[in-house]
Design a protein around this ligand. Structure first.
Ligand code: C5P
Length: 211
């Protein structure tokens, strides 16, 4: 059984010293990669910049930008399972300045952005052998968590969605609570250490792939 995961934030350069990013720590994705390796999966973890150490027994691919993450996922596939845990920046500066931008008002008043590829949607929409048999997305929401996540599962075209309430300290924190949404129903995982949530999810994923 082979699994490919994304984790962490992406970092989108503005100039040699500045970037756009987000508060993702990578902890939940790393915990899930480790739990899947414990379940017997051969795991590739495509990680944005984090302070977390490489995982033993997992093939680590370190990237910075969403474009690099997309290319690394493509290089790591095919797999039985693809799990998009990364908080991919939806936008990137449309041009990266080769020199440090000067903070005069005209230069910094607006920052033109273009859309990044949606890695989860891209993989979900592939057909035949190019699509892993199980594609799982994560949904970080601050309100109406279940409703937004159900809609996201359909919009992205993935099989399962793991919904997190990030109105508290889930993003960057050590604990998480999750709602697993599948075509067959929903299961709540109460607030626990991210490693504990990961172990429960990995069991569900291994059962689904074996079946
Ligand atoms: O739409 P939203 O960003 O909230 O969707 C979250 C899910 O989509 C996560 O699984 C995330 O890893 C994935 N995603 C992605 N590529 C993007 C944006 C989100 O894979 N550009």
């Amino acid at each position: 059984m082979r699994a490919v995961l994304t984790a962490g934030p992406t970092l989108e350069p503005i100039d040699p010293v500045r970037f756009l990013s987000n508060r993702s720590s990578g902890q939940q994705g790393y915990a899930l990669a480790a739990a899947l390796a414990d379940e017997g999966f051969e795991v590739t973890l495509v990680s944005g910049p984090t302070v977390l150490p490489d995982l033993a027994g997992v093939t680590m691919v370190r990237v910075e930008t969403a474009l690099e993450m997309m290319a690394a996922v493509d290089a790591a596939l095919p797999a039985d399972v693809f799990i998009a845990v990364a908080a991919v920046a939806d936008w990137r500066p449309s041009e990266v300045s080769a020199v440090k931008l000067k903070l005069d008002k005209s230069a910094m008043a607006s920052l033109p952005l273009i859309e990044n590829p949606d890695i989860l949607k891209t993989i979900s929409r592939r057909e035949g052998h190019a699509r892993p048999s199980l594609v799982v997305g994560f949904a970080a929401e601050t309100h109406d968590v279940a409703a937004h996540a159900r809609a996201k599962r359909i919009r992205k075209g993935c099989d399962w969605i793991v919904a997190n309430d990030v109105s508290g300290d889930a993003m960057g924190g050590a604990q998480n609570a999750a709602l697993l949404i599948t075509p067959d129903g929903e299961e709540a995982f109460p607030r626990a250490a991210k490693a504990e949530i990961a172990a429960q999810l990995a069991t569900r994923i291994a059962d689904a792939v074996r079946a």
